[in-house]
Design a protein around this ligand. Sequence first.
Ligand SMILES: [Fe+2]
Length: 406
Amino acid sequence: MEAFFKELGDAVLTQWKHDNFSLTKFPDIARAALEKKPPAKKVNLASLVRDFLLNDAQPAQTDSPFGEPELVVYSHPRFYIQLLFWMDGTTAIHQHEFSGAFHVMHGSSIHAHYDFEKPKSVTPYLRVGNLRMKKMELLETGRTVSIISGQQDIHSLFHLDSPSATVVVRTQHDPGTGPQFNYLPPHLAIDPHFSDTLMLRRKQLLDVLEQADDATYAQRAAEMVAELDFERGFSVLHHCMASLQQLGEWEPIMGAFEKKHGQLAQGIAATLKEDARRNVIKRLRNSIIEPEHRFFLALLMNAPTRANLLTLVAERFAKQAPSETVLRWVEELTIDSDAGVSALDATFPDTIDVDFESQLDVFLSAFAYFLNRDKKRPAALRDLSAQDIKALRAAFADSALGLLTA
Ligand SMILES: [Fe+2]
């Protein structure tokens, strides 16, 4: 075991034992210990990796899928210390059934905090309510943040560097603070550890119908939504949304769910739409490695408004107007190929009749025009019809860039 973490863990243990293992005191104890001995300054990552690979004297490891991977570097029956690597990871918006503190040891992250207002339990595993972002901040290497268990500390992390590494000093489990909900903005909370094996198999069976191009697929999904309760109807919608949309069967099935569940279902269409948007951004992250561009993706995923996004850009890149910085990023991310012009998942509409060579200029000029709230129509757009402008606007609005052009 790395000597540093033995000392860190022993220091936490001594103080916590002195405080009679008070759960309410643990986050402060963990945070103070990490701030006194910051792993970012004290740990040589290369030698830690070598020690873990070659030295058998390590604490017992878990099979937790959290982290990429998770290493346990100190273990006690009441608390443990994890070293979490993140290659591509963005965490879901979540709360904890444990408490303590985490420390950014390597890399940096966007950290967003949320409130879940007016929560209403539908089942023990699913709640509806209003998820509101309270704060978004940049966590640089060396920062330490407390973790409080339960609903008062809902957060998400978007790691900007690959790999990133965080050290977590945490209790094993805080009784009574579960479940450890994940949140689907803007209106849903789901217990990710609840396993409904009948529904798991039913969804897999629906996949069989879908992949076999079976003519009854959409009808069976519709029947399930009509027949089943709210929680399981939602599960079908969540699972089948993309394929039902491709088949042109989505709207009536979503409409039937809303009609059946009335007020309770009011925010579900928006939640599913937002989930699909976030998944697109998560996928884009796999191919985008430039830290500034990852920062941009993190903001597109998490910032609630255009103004909020531009403020965060201005905070980090003060030399340039934030809209100029965003334009530069979109320009750098734009691909001009035989397949057409595109930026992230926004593509040049094929209904617009302009020369192939002019498409890039028209595309970027249109984005700048919409970003700046239609202030001055650029020369590249002068010859376009109102319908062309509408098509360009829709191309951005329906993409990951939609927040900036709405
Ligand atoms: Fe967390």
